[in-house]
Ligand binder design. Structure first.
Ligand code: PHE
Length: 331
């Protein structure tokens, strides 16, 4: 009776009522039976006591089971296919993109040499991207075919830079823009790097992508030489690519440095260009209001993707931007 009363209880109040009926300390039915033990023949007492205990345990168990079923919100209807001993499903964790990892690593290496991180906007005006960097109006680097000029003329409000007289906005084609911004807002000595995206309308292939990253470096002080530049780049390359890396400085030309070099690293027996560098051109110092007679500086710009590819043996830059997890999960 107790078992069916307990399991039939549909809520905790009716279960409690049933409990009082059978197990109540005063008038519970079990108590009544227990009292009858006194009238039993001494020879049967032991057996009767044992039986009474069995019954008591059974009633208690039935009560506990019914209570658990009610509290567990239908705990008795647990999905029979659920196996708590099976290992769980691990949530899949994302990865830090290899380029972001590279940027962190480069920042750390350059930080040990005292270079602080500076930032600049990706949408630039031609003054910062060209003019202040000594790139004249008719220079081929300004060609619309080599730059992403923004079609802002039809946009409400027009070209945001037109009002400033700074001309058409473009996606920066080099991080050298940040050199200008830093020198405009700080006085020497300066020792900064800037890591970020640059944009050039190149058709994607194994070594080109229309968006890539550069690490720009700028050091300005009173007595700075080409030897300082070469040492910093060598120490950097040894730290990032290993002690046995071979580096070559090839005479070149950039409008914003004089003299200028291209920086090559040996990669599988071939010299590969990783970027450019040189001594800051006096015209650049003049553009930012420095006295070119009083300061010297060097600057460099290296391709972050190439560095990452060289270090990890990646052969196709497009792998970095394919979003292919089989590739990305290796980092
Ligand atoms: N801005 C140059 C480029 O993108 C690289 C460079 C940076 C060269 C600084 C000299 C000094 O090719």
């Amino acid at each position: 009776d107790a078992e069916s009363a307990f399991s039939g209880a549909s809520n905790s109040e009716s279960l409690e009522e049933a409990r009082v009926v059978f197990l109540g300390a005063k008038n519970g039915q079990f108590k009544d039976v227990q009292k009858m033990l006194g009238g039993i023949e001494p020879t049967d007492k032991r057996a009767a006591g044992m039986r009474l205990n069995e019954v008591k345990n059974a009633i208690n168990e039935a009560f506990n089971a019914a209570k658990e079923a009610l509290e567990g919100g239908g705990g008795s209807q647990v999905d029979p296919t659920f196996d708590p001993s099976l290992p769980g499903t691990r949530p899949t964790l994302g990865h830090i993109h290899p380029i972001t990892q590279t940027i962190d690593h480069l920042t750390e290496i350059m930080g040990r040499m005292g270079f602080e991180v500076a930032e600049g906007p990706e949408v630039e005006d031609p003054w910062h991207n060209f003019v202040a960097l000594n790139i004249p109006e008719d220079h081929p680097a300004r060609d619309p075919l080599d730059n992403f000029y923004l079609a802002t003329a039809g946009v409400a409000g027009g070209d945001p830079l037109a009002a400033t007289g700074e001309g058409e906005a473009l996606l920066r084609s080099q991080t050298s823009t940040v050199q200008i911004r830093v020198m405009q807002s700080c006085q020497p000595p300066i020792r900064v790097i800037s890591l970020g995206r640059v944009y050039r309308p190149d058709a994607p292939d194994a070594t080109h992508f229309p968006m890539f990253h550069q690490m720009e470096g700028l050091l300005v002080d009173r007595h700075v030489t080409m030897a300082n530049l070469k040492t910093v780049l060598r120490v950097f390359a040894n730290n990032y690519l290993g002690d046995d890396v071979e580096i070559r400085f090839r005479p070149s030309f950039f409008p914003f440095t004089e003299p200028s070099v291209e920086v090559d690293f040996l990669w599988n027996g071939t010299w590969i260009e990783f970027g450019g560098a040189g001594m800051v051109d006096p015209n650049v110092f003049e553009a930012v209001g420095y006295d070119p007679e009083k300061v010297r500086g060097f600057a460099f710009g290296l391709g972050v993707e190439r560095l990452c590819m060289r270090r990890h043996g990646i052969t196709d830059i497009r792998d970095l931007y394919s979003g292919d997890l089989r590739f990305l999960q290796q980092f």
